[in-house]
Design a protein around this ligand. Structure first.
Ligand code: GSH
Length: 213
């Protein structure tokens, strides 16, 4: 196994699926949490000037989704064939769309605009996505892409955590298959161990998956 060092800020964000996939596979990695000043210094040296970056045997690799997909192949969280990988990619791309809508709202600085965005997000956008995911989870026995755990389920639990923090409520109550998905993921021993032992959140601190273990 190569030597892995993950460089990201001291919060979950785009690095958390990577941390979880590595932890699921029991792969040792150095979880380097970069402060603002260090980031400013390192930015010009980064492949795309952004984080996360996974250092693999000293080589700096950017792009969180590409990193997750690569690590999924090492940890058997990818699909068994091209069609299963397509299903996983459709689910993870759709989760990224939902995550972007959540981030657009969370980082909106205009308080008036934020007030008008919130009901649309909570009552229309999020239910639209969750209904689709719930249908898939129903078809797959409580997993959102294929009929067993995949890296799409890891992406899902990370988006679920951000969503609870950003919207300040649990949006899953009406989606029994997604509750099953969440429970399936939170039952995995390596993930439970990781979630229990990871550093306290420094941003969006109202909800931590620890509370559901
Ligand atoms: N598509 C990239 C986006 C990376 C990205 O937007 N990183 C942000 C933090 S979440 C960043 O480094 N922002 C600081 C900057 O751009 O200067 C990925 O998924 O890794």
């Amino acid at each position: 196994m190569p030597e892995f060092k993950l460089h990201y800020f001291d919060f979950t964000g785009r690095a958390e699926p990577i941390r979880m996939i590595l932890s699921y596979g029991g792969i040792k990695f150095e979880d380097i949490r970069v402060g603002h000043e260090d980031f400013v210094k390192m930015k010009p040296t980064l492949p795309l000037g952004q984080l996360p970056v996974l250092e693999i045997d000293g080589k700096m690799i950017p792009q969180s989704t590409a990193i997750s997909r690569y690590l999924a192949t090492l940890t058997k969280l990818d699909g068994n064939d091209a069609k299963e990988n397509l299903r996983i990619d459709v689910a993870t791309d759709t989760l990224l769309d939902l995550q972007q809508k959540l981030y657009d709202f969370a980082f909106e600085k205009d308080e008036e605009k934020k007030k008008t965005l919130e009901p649309v997000l909570a009552n229309e956008t999020v239910p639209f996505f969750l209904k689709k995911f719930d249908e898939k989870a129903g078809e797959n026995g409580g997993f959102i892409a294929i009929k067993r755990i995949s890296w799409a389920d890891i992406s899902f639990i990370c988006v679920y955590e951000s969503m609870r923090n950003i919207l300040k409520k649990d949006m899953l109550a009406d989606y029994p298959n997604l509750i099953k998905t969440k429970n399936n993921i939170l039952a995995v021993p390596n993930l439970r161990e990781y979630i229990k032992s990871r550093p306290e959140h420094k941003m969006y601190t109202t909800f931590d998956l620890k509370q559901e273990l």
